[in-house]
Design a protein around this ligand. Structure first.
Ligand code: NDP
Length: 435
């Protein structure tokens, strides 16, 4: 706290892990007195750099770029790049720290990292985004590589941005390698990667519900966000016979009490991914739906809630409302969307709650599969990748049960995910000595 007191999101993420992992360390001699957690909370490297670029009118802008290389004990650093005005060292350190545990949980050999910039792609032309991405990569390229650090997308970084970033890396290094994941299908991308985080979150919710003899079919589902994760979580829920009634963006949420179908989802994907529009436009197309400006969707009654937008978007008060309205399952599609009070409330009410590092790990897991395909220079089919994704999510669920099951029969998935993620990284760090 002394060293990172000015970094609230990072402290929040570390505290959550410490609460469950420190007692475990105390109980296990091999981890005691080795300062493992103290070493894990200090990034191996934090790079910050200037990104200067020129807009369409010839005006020069300066943004700040970052890469947090948190832990490489079990593999090359791996984690997304976020372009959003809110980006700062605290947010990226929290995301990188979470990523270490998440990547460990996937069982794939990936260390943890995260990066990005306070650049806002909203309202920028494609040319401006390209110039920014190229400028960003002229510095980042010195610090990454297929065996060193393999970034991916996150908020504000989708297929378009990954393309521009990859193009500049390739030009500077004169080599075509799997240095980024989330690439286009015709140039090294993996099938199912765009879908993987959202699909994986729903597979995880399905596994949790199964422990209570329940399923997705017929359930009402509230989803926040309308970006990559939210879109594909919604798609999978619809495929499995659930009813998605909300989506949102930073300006408000839409409530469609009739539920969304494939056609409505296709409209949302076109609106957000191609037209780069706002979710409010949904009610112009489907007037029976409602738009609630400036609000989040948590007061809408539901069986399942999937927060898929951003950190701390669901408060303790929102959690209470969800519980009172009969919600039985919450799976985080975003990273740390539920604040500390909300997580406490879910645990207190003993409802199913999955932390993002477990439930949204499908994205990075499939990125790991993309790296494997790149190294082998092969491309697996959609079914092959989806089957592997399901298996990995199932394994993560099992790990959470193994370390998180309490005597009263309630599974604390936060504890389970933290300890399972910790053990593998800690063992590797112990084996490699004090470095
Ligand atoms: P996108 O940029 O595709 O979408 C983000 C969505 O969240 C948009 O609807 C956006 O609305 C909304 N949003 C962003 N900031 C805020 C805010 N401050 N308040 C309310 N809404 C906000 O990002 P992704 O879908 O990729 O990422 C969403 C979350 O999932 C993030 O937490 C990310 O870290 C996490 N995640 C993503 C993975 C991936 O594979 N993409 C993997 C694992 C986790 P608006 O358009 O108005 O900004």
């Amino acid at each position: 706290k002394v060293r990172n007191g000015h970094e609230p999101e990072f402290i929040q993420a570390v505290q959550e892990v410490a609460e469950t992992v420190l007692p475990y360390i105390d109980e296990h001699e091999i981890y005691r007195g080795k300062s493992i957690l103290s070493r894990m909370v200090e990034p191996e490297r934090l790079i910050s750099f200037r990104v200067a670029w020129v807009d369409d009118k010839g005006k020069i802008h300066v943004n700040r770029g970052y890469r947090v290389q948190m832990n490489s004990a079990i593999g090359p650093y791996k984690g997304g790049l976020r372009f959003h005005p809110s980006v700062n060292a605290s947010i990226l350190k929290f995301l990188a720290f979470e990523q270490v545990f998440k990547n460990s949980l996937t069982t794939l050999p990936m260390g943890g990292g995260k990066g990005g910039s306070d650049f806002d792609p909203k309202g920028k032309s494609d040319d401006e985004v390209m110039r920014f991405c190229h400028a960003f990569m002229t510095e980042l390229c010195r610090h990454i590589g297929p065996n060193t650090d393999v970034p991916a997308g996150d908020i504000g970084v989708g297929a378009r941005e990954i393309g521009f970033l990859f193009g500049m890396y390739k030009k500077i290094n004169n080599e075509f390698t799997g240095v980024l994941t989330g690439k286009g299908l015709s140039w090294g991308g993996s099938k199912i990667r765009p879908e993987a985080t959202g699909y994986g979150t729903v597979y995880f919710a399905q596994d949790m519900l199964k422990t209570k003899g329940e399923g997705i079919k017929g359930k009402t589902v509230v989803i926040s966000g309308s970006g990559n994760v939210a879109q594909y979580a919604a798609e999978k829920i619809v495929h499995l016979g659930g009813k998605v009634v909300t989506l949102s963006d930073s300006a408000g949420y839409i409530y469609d009490k009739e539920g969304m179908d494939e056609e409505k989802l296709a409209y949302v994907m076109d609106l957000k991914n191609n037209k780069r529009g706002r979710i409010a436009e949904y009610v112009e197309k489907y007037p029976s739906a409602e738009y609630h400006e400036g609000k989040t969707p948590w007061a809408v009654p539901c069986d399942i809630a999937l927060p898929c937008a951003t950190q701390n978007e669901l408060s303790g008060g929102d959690a209470k409302t969800l519980i009172e309205n009969g919600c039985i399952c919450v799976a985080e599609g975003a990273n740390m969307p539920c604040d500390t009070e909300a997580v406490r409330a879910f645990h207190h009410a003993k409802i199913l709650f999955a932390p993002g590092k477990a439930s949204n790990a499908g994205g990075v897991a499939t990125s790991g599969l993309e790296m494997s395909q790149n190294s082998l220079r092969i491309s697996w089919t959609r079914e092959e990748v989806d089957d592997r994704l399901k298996l990995i999510m199932g394994d993560i669920h099992e790990s959470c049960i193994k370390y998180g099951m309490e005597d009263n029969g309630y599974c604390n998935y936060v504890k389970g995910a933290n300890i399972a993620g910790f053990v593998k990284v800690a063992d590797a760090m112990l084996a490699q000595g004090v470095i």
